[in-house]
Design a binder for this molecule. Structure first.
Ligand code: ZN
Length: 179
Protein backbone atom coordinates (compact mmCIF):
# COMPACT_ATOMS: atom_id res chain seq x y z
CA UNK A 1 0.00 0.00 0.00
CA UNK A 2 1.08 3.56 -0.56
CA UNK A 3 0.02 7.04 0.38
CA UNK A 4 -0.77 8.92 -2.82
CA UNK A 5 -0.29 12.65 -3.41
CA UNK A 6 -3.55 14.62 -3.35
CA UNK A 7 -4.57 17.35 -5.73
CA UNK A 8 -6.06 20.58 -4.41
CA UNK A 9 -8.47 23.20 -5.66
CA UNK A 10 -8.14 25.00 -8.08
CA UNK A 11 -6.50 22.07 -9.92
CA UNK A 12 -8.47 21.81 -13.23
CA UNK A 13 -8.63 17.99 -12.87
CA UNK A 14 -11.25 18.50 -10.15
CA UNK A 15 -13.64 19.78 -12.86
CA UNK A 16 -13.18 16.77 -15.15
CA UNK A 17 -15.66 13.91 -15.51
CA UNK A 18 -14.20 10.53 -14.54
CA UNK A 19 -14.41 7.48 -16.81
CA UNK A 20 -16.24 4.25 -15.92
CA UNK A 21 -14.08 1.29 -14.91
CA UNK A 22 -14.31 -1.65 -17.34
CA UNK A 23 -13.28 -4.36 -14.88
CA UNK A 24 -12.43 -4.57 -11.17
CA UNK A 25 -9.02 -6.22 -11.49
CA UNK A 26 -5.88 -6.28 -9.31
CA UNK A 27 -4.75 -2.91 -10.63
CA UNK A 28 -8.06 -1.35 -9.51
CA UNK A 29 -7.87 -3.13 -6.13
CA UNK A 30 -4.37 -1.74 -5.65
CA UNK A 31 -5.72 1.75 -6.32
CA UNK A 32 -8.61 1.14 -3.87
CA UNK A 33 -6.14 0.02 -1.17
CA UNK A 34 -3.88 3.02 -1.76
CA UNK A 35 -6.85 5.38 -1.69
CA UNK A 36 -8.01 3.99 1.68
CA UNK A 37 -4.52 4.39 3.11
CA UNK A 38 -4.30 7.95 1.78
CA UNK A 39 -7.75 8.82 3.19
CA UNK A 40 -6.84 7.41 6.62
CA UNK A 41 -3.53 9.28 6.59
CA UNK A 42 -5.34 12.58 5.99
CA UNK A 43 -8.14 11.79 8.46
CA UNK A 44 -10.73 11.96 5.71
CA UNK A 45 -14.01 10.05 5.61
CA UNK A 46 -14.23 9.89 1.82
CA UNK A 47 -11.96 10.12 -1.21
CA UNK A 48 -12.61 10.02 -4.95
CA UNK A 49 -9.96 8.77 -7.40
CA UNK A 50 -9.79 12.16 -9.14
CA UNK A 51 -8.43 13.59 -5.87
CA UNK A 52 -5.32 11.47 -6.37
CA UNK A 53 -5.23 12.49 -10.03
CA UNK A 54 -6.90 9.37 -11.47
CA UNK A 55 -9.98 10.03 -13.63
CA UNK A 56 -11.75 6.75 -12.87
CA UNK A 57 -15.22 6.32 -11.32
CA UNK A 58 -13.92 5.03 -7.99
CA UNK A 59 -14.46 6.20 -4.43
CA UNK A 60 -13.69 5.01 -0.93
CA UNK A 61 -15.31 5.95 2.37
CA UNK A 62 -14.71 5.11 6.01
CA UNK A 63 -16.85 6.91 8.53
CA UNK A 64 -15.41 5.17 11.55
CA UNK A 65 -11.65 5.42 11.31
CA UNK A 66 -9.27 8.27 11.78
CA UNK A 67 -11.78 10.97 11.00
CA UNK A 68 -11.78 14.06 13.18
CA UNK A 69 -15.53 13.88 13.35
CA UNK A 70 -15.28 10.45 14.91
CA UNK A 71 -12.55 11.53 17.32
CA UNK A 72 -14.65 14.51 18.38
CA UNK A 73 -17.47 12.12 19.15
CA UNK A 74 -15.12 10.36 21.56
CA UNK A 75 -14.64 7.20 19.52
CA UNK A 76 -11.44 5.32 18.92
CA UNK A 77 -12.38 4.62 15.36
CA UNK A 78 -12.47 1.23 13.80
CA UNK A 79 -11.56 0.79 10.18
CA UNK A 80 -14.52 -0.22 8.04
CA UNK A 81 -13.71 0.94 4.54
CA UNK A 82 -16.33 0.95 1.80
CA UNK A 83 -15.07 0.63 -1.78
CA UNK A 84 -17.29 1.72 -4.67
CA UNK A 85 -16.54 1.32 -8.36
CA UNK A 86 -18.87 2.93 -10.94
CA UNK A 87 -21.31 4.10 -8.23
CA UNK A 88 -24.65 5.47 -9.37
CA UNK A 89 -27.46 7.16 -7.48
CA UNK A 90 -30.57 5.20 -8.46
CA UNK A 91 -33.00 6.86 -6.03
CA UNK A 92 -32.99 9.89 -3.75
CA UNK A 93 -35.44 11.20 -1.16
CA UNK A 94 -37.38 14.46 -1.43
CA UNK A 95 -36.52 15.10 2.19
CA UNK A 96 -33.30 17.07 2.55
CA UNK A 97 -30.54 17.28 5.10
CA UNK A 98 -27.87 19.85 5.93
CA UNK A 99 -24.33 18.83 6.85
CA UNK A 100 -21.20 20.87 7.33
CA UNK A 101 -18.93 19.44 4.65
CA UNK A 102 -15.22 19.59 4.15
CA UNK A 103 -13.01 18.12 1.46
CA UNK A 104 -9.42 16.87 1.38
CA UNK A 105 -8.94 18.94 -1.79
CA UNK A 106 -10.03 22.10 0.12
CA UNK A 107 -7.98 21.75 3.32
CA UNK A 108 -9.31 23.65 6.32
CA UNK A 109 -12.48 24.82 4.52
CA UNK A 110 -15.99 23.87 5.60
CA UNK A 111 -19.50 24.87 4.58
CA UNK A 112 -23.07 23.71 5.08
CA UNK A 113 -24.48 21.90 2.05
CA UNK A 114 -28.09 20.83 1.48
CA UNK A 115 -28.59 17.45 -0.17
CA UNK A 116 -31.25 14.73 -0.35
CA UNK A 117 -31.40 13.02 3.05
CA UNK A 118 -31.40 9.48 1.67
CA UNK A 119 -30.01 7.96 -1.51
CA UNK A 120 -29.84 4.46 -2.96
CA UNK A 121 -26.55 3.60 -4.65
CA UNK A 122 -25.66 0.80 -7.06
CA UNK A 123 -21.99 0.04 -7.48
CA UNK A 124 -19.38 -2.68 -7.95
CA UNK A 125 -17.59 -3.75 -4.77
CA UNK A 126 -13.94 -4.70 -4.14
CA UNK A 127 -14.53 -8.10 -5.77
CA UNK A 128 -16.40 -6.67 -8.75
CA UNK A 129 -19.81 -7.82 -7.50
CA UNK A 130 -22.83 -5.61 -8.05
CA UNK A 131 -24.20 -4.12 -4.84
CA UNK A 132 -27.14 -1.93 -3.90
CA UNK A 133 -27.20 0.04 -0.66
CA UNK A 134 -29.51 2.56 1.01
CA UNK A 135 -27.60 5.45 2.57
CA UNK A 136 -28.80 7.85 5.27
CA UNK A 137 -27.28 10.52 7.51
CA UNK A 138 -23.53 11.11 7.15
CA UNK A 139 -23.03 8.15 4.79
CA UNK A 140 -25.60 9.66 2.42
CA UNK A 141 -23.93 13.08 2.48
CA UNK A 142 -20.50 11.53 2.03
CA UNK A 143 -21.43 9.29 -0.90
CA UNK A 144 -23.17 12.18 -2.69
CA UNK A 145 -20.13 14.42 -2.13
CA UNK A 146 -17.82 11.74 -3.57
CA UNK A 147 -20.05 10.92 -6.56
CA UNK A 148 -20.11 14.66 -7.31
CA UNK A 149 -16.30 14.48 -7.61
CA UNK A 150 -16.67 11.81 -10.31
CA UNK A 151 -18.81 14.31 -12.23
CA UNK A 152 -16.40 17.21 -11.85
CA UNK A 153 -18.43 18.84 -9.08
CA UNK A 154 -17.07 19.91 -5.68
CA UNK A 155 -18.97 20.92 -2.55
CA UNK A 156 -18.39 24.62 -3.15
CA UNK A 157 -20.44 24.31 -6.36
CA UNK A 158 -23.48 23.83 -4.12
CA UNK A 159 -22.90 27.19 -2.40
CA UNK A 160 -23.85 30.72 -3.41
CA UNK A 161 -21.31 32.52 -5.56
CA UNK A 162 -20.39 34.77 -2.62
CA UNK A 163 -19.71 31.88 -0.26
CA UNK A 164 -17.85 29.92 -2.94
CA UNK A 165 -15.56 32.84 -3.77
CA UNK A 166 -14.89 33.41 -0.09
CA UNK A 167 -13.70 29.81 0.32
CA UNK A 168 -11.61 29.91 -2.87
CA UNK A 169 -9.92 33.15 -1.76
CA UNK A 170 -9.17 31.79 1.71
CA UNK A 171 -7.69 28.66 0.14
CA UNK A 172 -5.51 30.68 -2.23
CA UNK A 173 -4.19 32.73 0.68
CA UNK A 174 -3.54 29.60 2.72
CA UNK A 175 -1.55 27.97 -0.08
CA UNK A 176 0.51 31.12 -0.70
CA UNK A 177 1.25 31.30 3.00
CA UNK A 178 2.42 27.68 3.16
CA UNK A 179 4.68 27.81 0.10
ZN1 ZN B 1 -14.26 16.11 -1.56
Amino acid sequence: MAILPLIYSPDPLLKKISEPVAEVNDEIRQLLDDMVETMHDRQGIGLAAVQVGVLKRILVMDLGYGSKRYAEAGGEGESNPIHMVNPEIVASSDEENIYEEGCLSFPGQFAEVIRPKMVTIEYLDYDGNKQRVDCDELLSTCVQHEIDHLNGITFVDHLSRVKRNMILKKLEKQFKHNM
